[in-house]
Design a protein around this ligand. Sequence first.
Ligand code: DHB
Ligand code: MG
Length: 221
Amino acid sequence: DKLHTAATIDKLAHTNLLRPDPKLDFIIANSKKNNLPDITVSPLQGAYLGIQARLIGAKSVLEIGTLGGYSTLHFVRAGANVTSIDISERHQQVARANLAEAGAADAAVEFVLGAALDVLPRLAREGRVFDLVFVDADWDEQYAYFDWAVKLARPGGCVYVDNVIRALLADGEDAVQGRKESLLTQVGRDQRVSATLVPTVSSHKLVSVDMFDGFLLAVKL
Ligand code: DHB
Ligand code: MG
């Protein structure tokens, strides 16, 4: 059916466009070995993040949600310094080890431990500014993170919010209504940005409904 056609095309893109990458493979394997949840961005999405960072010549990237540092490596490879926030000390430890093994310079990644909604106001008070903000954390806080991300982005900088479609589909009608109001509606009336939704299919996720997702991409005006 169409679902499988989409997954087949995704797989074709994956096998044809992406080259063997032992360092990214190591990050996936070592994260799994350390029992991190298997919820990183897909390899094609990772490639997208690297391309996006290069397109705007990003020198500074802010990540909300480090997990095992998979997306972090894409940003470092694109030539950016990354400030990466996670609420879990264990995630951060695994990510540190993963990036060291991948050969990322210590200076390229600043790990920040804490709840993003505590850390983000602090970064703003410190006058920090970022070229690109990658939001990949608690789905219920997508708009709160987005709002801080826009504050912290330079004009012409961009904000990427992962899992926007899955967040709308998950957890029943009330959550859907709440999240529709909190993300798409609010971004739609946010005069600071121009935004769009990019749907994705991910063949590396085996559960059918989980293959459909999408990310929100905004540019700060
Ligand atoms: C899942 C995927 C994600 O990218 C994420 O940030 C959280 C959860 C998932 O597949 O469940
Ligand atoms: Mg995600």
